[in-house]
Design a binder for this molecule. Structure first.
Ligand code: C5P
Length: 209
């Protein structure tokens, strides 16, 4: 069984995808981490993330980079969003994601284009969203826990800029695919969001059976 979870930054899609993976006993891939690794690699090699050649070269990042805590930072998120507009970068990461999705037994993947590009044949598809203010609040709490003091307004502006870029890029823009269940987590606790996600997946599986 393949479960696709798409949505904007800090919508709760990662938490939901991890919980779905645990619930159904499936492996999970956070595809944003791959783009973050490319972004981080560009930064480390002092390249320009807007330059397609530099971004493509960074796709050969070492596997150990995936464990770098800096991948979670806002700065790396910004770099990730910039490298992800290049079609060559998306193509370079495609096979790895599709192989993960199509492994025997299935998988849960979360990202921006799982239901539209990586696994349009997924058995269940969720589009997780939340208001910008709810997402900024969550990101702010996360940053605080990491000991980083960032202004909420700054996070909100950054999220809006990233949303804009992710939604309007020519290649694989963020959008809700047909046949995808919408889950707005703005006013839901983590537990409620996970329970709703499981119910939506069950409904889709029931409709397919
Ligand atoms: O989800 P996360 O915030 O970690 O993703 C970082 C960036 O990577 C996003 O802003 C987006 O531009 C890019 N991304 C993407 N396609 C995916 C996952 C992430 O373009 N499947």
């Amino acid at each position: 069984m393949i479960i696709a979870v798409d949505g904007p930054t800090a919508s709760g899609k990662g938490t939901i995808a991890r919980a779905l993976a645990a619930h159904y006993g499936l492996p999970h891939l956070d595809t944003g981490l791959l783009y973050r690794a490319v972004g981080r690699q560009v930064f480390l090699s002092e390249g320009n993330p807007d330059d397609a050649g530099a971004a493509l070269a960074a796709c050969a990042f070492p596997e150990s980079l995936l464990a770098d805590p800096e991948l979670r930072s806002e700065e790396t998120g910004g770099y990730a969003s910039r490298v992800s507009v290049h079609p060559a970068v998306r193509a370079a990461l495609l096979e790895r994601q599709q192989a993960f999705a199509n492994q025997p037994g299935g998988a849960v993947l979360d990202g921006r284009d799982i239901a539209t590009v990586i696994a349009p044949h997924a058995d269940a598809k969720l589009f997780v969203t939340a208001s910008v203010s709810a997402r900024a609040m969550r990101r702010w709490v996360e940053m605080k826990q990491l000991g980083k003091d960032v202004e909420r307004a700054e996070i909100e502006a950054d999220l809006e800029a990233r949303d804009e870029r992710d939604r309007n890029r020519a290649e694989a823009p963020l959008r809700q695919a047909a046949g995808t269940a919408l889950l707005d987590t703005s006013n839901l606790t983590k537990e409620m969001a996970v329970a709703t996600a499981i119910a939506l997946v069950e409904k889709q599986l029931g409709e397919k059976a």
